[in-house]
Design a protein around this ligand. Sequence first.
Ligand code: LLP
Length: 438
Amino acid sequence: YGTSKINEQGHLEIGGVDTTELADKYGTPLYIYDVADICSRANQFKKAFEKHNMNYQVAYASKAFSCIAMIQLVDELGLSLDVVSGGELYTALTAGFPVGRIHFHGNNKSPEELEMAVREEIGCIVVDNFTELTWLMAITESLGKKMDVLIRITPGVEAHTHEYISTGQEDSKFGFDIQSGQAEQAIKTIQAHEYVEIKGVHSHIGSQIFETDGFTSAVNEIYKFLIQWKKSLNFEPEVLNLGGGFGIRYTKEDQPLPLENYVDAMISSVKKQAVSAELAIPEIWIEPGRALVGEAGTTIYSIGSRKDIPGVRSYVSVDGGMTDNIRPALYQAKYEAVVANKMNATNEEKVSIAGKCCESGDMLIWDIDLPKVEIGDLLAVSSTGAYGYSMANNYNRILRPPVIFVEDGEANCVIKRESYEDLVKNEFSYRKKAKAKI
Ligand code: LLP
């Protein structure tokens, strides 16, 4: 993957850095990000749009992995940024990300979060529902500040993916229902408002999508309504945001399409629909999360205890698990792994990789072929760059691992390992009635 290779010592090297040296220096578990891989994917998206000479924005969905360094890299790459909470927005602002390129998503943004976005004058808010719209109208009015919005709609397209990460179907918590006239009502309300300006429409059909037809169907479906709304509201979107969800390779069963295929398919279906409907061709925006960072991330664990059940299975435990990667437990997600300090050894045994949480479901990989592993060997699990750190948690009071960016033979720690002190830093004693102000 990316810049990874086997070095002369037979170790896994990423970005020109020996991963076993990183494990020595920073301890395990640890996340490593291949910066060149992220850059190359960002450039593939940008080139794909530039080929078509279109106005576009590629907004990195920061829920996949947000931290100051990552946001700064996104800025350096000239991408826009999608945030979904006050916390993600705060991180972006702290990183100095240009506010005009920030888009704010979410199905239950609070008035405080909306106010923060309006005060900071971010690029746009993707309005999800009437409650939010009512709040936003009041906030913009009282601050006397304008805000551009897209309205999120659910086009009724089901992506072929896990049901928890499928979002475009009609029966979804996200966005305005399109069939019942709610989306139309929302646009009408915005058109009549002085401070909220409608820029366009947003749809996200789901994640880990390996075909282009879900996007094409969404475009076709959206245009059925855009044609109506042109007549009924004289509304024409300047922007069509088609969301993220471009599939990546977790295991060899996954066959991702070249990123430009998605862009080509979106652009050609939008152009076709717009021309036949005699509507102006809108800017196309997309929001990749995992496609930018997923394959760039690798987690290194140390191998610890082992349980062999004769004739049944061998469990090999590592020093992390569902606290740093909840995806196997939550979505039955599959991963591949290698032994970073034994890259030239041949596979000799089938084992199952267990996490260290007190939870039977904390299994990272079932039945994987590996060289004979020993205590202290380093297991490298690939494609952990998206929704790994960002969904990490302190279950069992396990510490969140550090994050290291590697590039051109250099390693930079961008998030340090949590400490035991961090675990209790917001806590107060019970009996002593500490000076907690609630
Ligand atoms: N845009 C919107 C509106 C989204 O809801 C999402 C993901 C994305 C973009 C980015 O999707 P991506 O390109 O990363 O697939 N935690 C889950 C994924 C939940 C995704 C939620 N929304 C996972 O680990 O697979």
